[in-house]
Design a protein around this ligand. Structure first.
Ligand SMILES: Nc1ncnc2c1ncn2[C@@H]1O[C@H](COP(=O)(O)OP(=O)(O)OP(=O)(O)O)[C@@H](O)[C@H]1O
Ligand SMILES: [Mg+2]
Length: 341
């Protein structure tokens, strides 16, 4: 990992951003122009060059991902967009206004990397507090707080103080807080950190739902699979420099490989297909059953367990001793006897 690794006096360079020649886009929500940030020490001496000449545009209604190793400038970019930090050079425009213009933050929601929530308030009190900051009326706050607590799945814990919350629960309150003002632009710094696979899936579905409502989401994350699942476009930073920017589907497309998915093929049909590929000069890599993701497997097991509490199905056991089938049957038998009691 390369934290603090950006040299201060390097020559600035940048990868110029993205599809330039397309139609004039009035739907740009965030625009950074030649954006640089140097952190200085107490005496004003340059300490870390965190961001170098960043040019990106985030468009209305898209989910945009900022990726990069630790210390690559992701959180710095988000703080510059919020106006919490000032650029050393260059500009950030949000809704066509300078990021330093704090009035624009009424339309922005922010989930920080670390929670800064007051530990002795309950989830309900926390959200009510943030609702007051946005001058929401009592009735409006009540409606919005109930709605958000439900949305992030904290109904059962809403009267408990945040100091008793797990990491994932705290993340959920953080997200609810970021959405209290029904923002048009949502900035999420590591939204899935601390969430279990179910919480992660819910968070991803929620982010996709926000986009369906026409919101714009900018998120940064180390969870590449999550980014791949939800982001329309990504920017990859390294040591404060933009290294890649584009649509996820384009960046990940493997050229010159054709994928066909079919159901119910006989062995004979597969052999025939292999022959056709050979006849056309193709190089057959594999004809195989696709594997599911670990996420799918995990979620299916949890759902099954919720539907059939106590049931256990072991499909791959120890290398010696009982066979997997023995174990499955043994588990099922013991469950049946438990169920019968
Ligand atoms: N307040 C600060 N004072 C001095 N240097 C800072 C400050 N905040 C960040 N930096 C430095 O700026 C660089 C970029 O940090 P930033 O937090 O933006 O990275 P990041 O991509 O969000 O990393 P992570 O994945 O670890 O969250 C790092 O070298 C970091 O040490
Ligand atoms: Mg960060």
């Amino acid at each position: 990992m390369d934290t603090e690794s950006t040299a201060v006096d390097e020559t600035e360079s940048s990868v110029s951003a993205e599809p330039s020649g397309d139609q004039p886009d009035s739907g740009v929500v965030i625009e950074t122009r030649n954006l640089s940030k140097i952190y200085r020490d107490f005496w004003g001496r340059k300490k870390v060059r965190a961001l170098k000449s960043l040019d990106i545009e985030v468009r209305r209604g898209e989910i945009f991902g900022l990726l990069g190793p630790n210390g690559s400038g992701k959180s710095t970019t988000i703080k510059l967009i919020l106006g919490l930090l000032f650029p050393s050079s260059g500009r950030v425009l949000v809704f066509d206004q300078d990021a330093a213009e704090t009035s624009k933050n009424e339309r922005v929601g922010y989930l920080p990397e670390e929670s800064y929530l007051y530990r002795f308030l309950t989830a309900e009190e926390t959200l009510d507090f943030y609702g007051r900051l946005f001058n929401m009326s009592g009735a409006e706050r009540k409606r919005r707080v109930d709605e958000l607590i439900k949305l992030v799945g904290l109904q059962g814990a809403k009267h408990r103080q945040l100091r008793e919350y797990s990491k994932g629960m705290t993340r959920r309150v953080g997200l609810a807080q970021a959405l209290i003002n029904d923002p048009d632009l949502i900035l999420l710094d590591e939204p899935t950190t601390g969430l279990d696979p179910i919480g992660t899936r819910e968070m991803k579905d929620l982010i996709l739902a926000l986009r369906d409502q026409g919101k714009t989401v900018l998120l940064c994350s180390h969870q590449l699979a999550d980014v791949q699942d939800v982001c329309d476009r990504v920017a990859i930073l390294h040591q404060g420099e933009l290294k890649e920017l584009g649509r996820v589907s384009d960046l990940l497309k493997v050229q010159d490989i054709t994928e066909v998915h079919a159901e119910g093929l006989s062995e004979e049909a597969k052999t025939e297909i292999a022959e056709v590929i050979k006849r056309h000069g193709g190089n057959l890599k594999s004809i195989d059953n696709p594997t599911a993701t670990m996420e799918d497997l995990f979620l299916n097991i949890v759902r099954e367990s919720e539907a059939r509490p106590g049931a256990r199905r072991v499909t791959g056991g120890p290398a010696t001793g009982e066979t997997p089938d023995d174990q499955t049957e043994a588990a099922d038998a013991s469950n049946d006897s438990e169920a019968a009691q």
